[in-house]
Write a protein that binds this ligand. Structure first.
Ligand SMILES: NC(=O)c1ccc[n+]([C@@H]2O[C@H](COP(=O)([O-])OP(=O)(O)OC[C@H]3O[C@@H](n4cnc5c(N)ncnc54)[C@H](O)[C@@H]3O)[C@@H](O)[C@H]2O)c1
Length: 317
């Protein structure tokens, strides 16, 4: 049956990929995008589909914008967030506002209307660092930077609406995404762009921090499955199953680009830098029958190629 889906933050990296994915997967669905168009949001990410969606330029912290956007929607998927850890360390205010007040506004609107399912997009960073093994959804949260703490706060608020009001929420915690349309300040785009410009490629500390990487369209598929089939009130880990040290990843990308490792430049480590994030995704695999379909080797080549082919998209960075 046809549904109307509100995608907040739909002009950002994952949100815009999700809009493209949903239009292909569910061509009968109506899509509404609410986006503040911060430095990270680009309307041009949706240029090819603007005639197929309803676009609202607005802020999830603004009650009027949120009520207008949520009205008549069956589903809400909240990607809107401030997302750069380094920025949250310099100034956390916009993170606190968007991740807490903004999520609260969306939940209030969902509670007051006929929203059937509300997915809050969260991150593996809420668990904090783990030396060995992997976090399960039932493990406690231990966020260690202001971005992660704000995302954890957003999750707790979301869950409280389920417990208190029976608001039909779900939460996804995803590992690092890569793919088209990611802002140039983020790790992979920065490596690719600097290397293409033959400029130093910065790596924090010794580069031994471990992250798992998922291709963004795999994540979009997983979010779609959770949106349709997830059990209300539940949280689902989503991962690509590709853990790499930052140094390994940089070397792999330089190899794809045919650039020398001498471009690597080790810089002072990020404050409170978590050593390793790792998720156990048994719940979504066994419970919802989802697993990623791309292999890392192919997907990272596609991502690198996208930045090579779309220089005009990032050339002002
Ligand atoms: N990128 C990753 O690897 C990753 C991993 C796990 C979880 N996440 C989560 O996924 C979501 C999307 O991440 P992303 O990398 O696409 O982020 P992004 O920074 O590329 O995009 C964020 C989008 O939200 C919009 N936005 C910001 N504040 C807003 C507000 N107050 N009102 C309306 N719109 C606002 C921005 O304009 C932008 O379009 C975030 O919630 C993030 O925490 C991202």
């Amino acid at each position: 049956m046809s549904k109307k889906v509100l995608v907040t933050g739909g002009c950002g990296f994952i949100g815009s990929n999700f809009v493209h994915y949903m239009l292909e997967k569910h061509p009968d669905y109506g899509i509404v995008v609410l986006d503040k168009l911060t430095y990270a949001g680009k309307k041009e990410n949706l240029a090819s589909v603007m005639d197929k969606i309803e676009f609202i330029h607005g802020d999830i912290c603004n009650k009027g914008d949120v009520e207008k956007a949520v009205k008549d929607c069956d589903f809400v998927v909240n990607f809107a967030a401030e997302t750069h850890v380094d920025r949250s360390i310099v100034d956390s205010e916009s993170f606190i506002l968007t991740e807490v007040l903004g999520v609260g506004r969306l939940l209030e609107a969902a509670k007051e209307t006929n929203v059937e399912r509300f997915v809050q997009i969260s991150t593996d960073e809420v668990y904090g660092s783990i030396k060995n093994g992997s976090f399960k959804e039932t493990d406690s949260l231990n966020p260690r930077n202001p971005y992660a703490a704000c995302k954890a706060a957003a999750e707790l608020l979301t869950k409280s609406y389920f417990e208190t009001f029976n608001t039909p929420i779900l939460i996804t915690r995803t590992t690092n995404n890569h793919g088209p349309f990611q802002n140039a300040e983020k790790f992979i785009p920065k490596i690719v762009i600097n290397a293409l410009r033959n400029k130093p490629v910065p790596i924090y500390g010794n580069g031994q921090q471990v992250r798992d990487w998922i291709y963004v369209l795999d994540n979009c598929e997983a979010v779609d499955i959770v949106l349709h089939k997830g059990k209300l009130g539940e949280t689902y880990n989503i991962k690509g199953g590709n853990e790499k040290t930052n140094l390994e990843l940089v070397k792999q990308i330089l190899k794809i680009l045919g650039k020398p490792e001498s471009l690597i430049s080790f810089i002072t480590d990020r404050l409170g830098h978590d050593e390793r994030y790792s998720l156990d995704d048994t719940k979504i695999r066994n419970g919802l029958g989802w697993k990623p379909s791309t292999t890392f080797g192919d997907a990272i080549k596609k991502t690198v190629q996208w930045y090579i082919d779309n220089e005009s998209w990032w050339s002002n960075a």
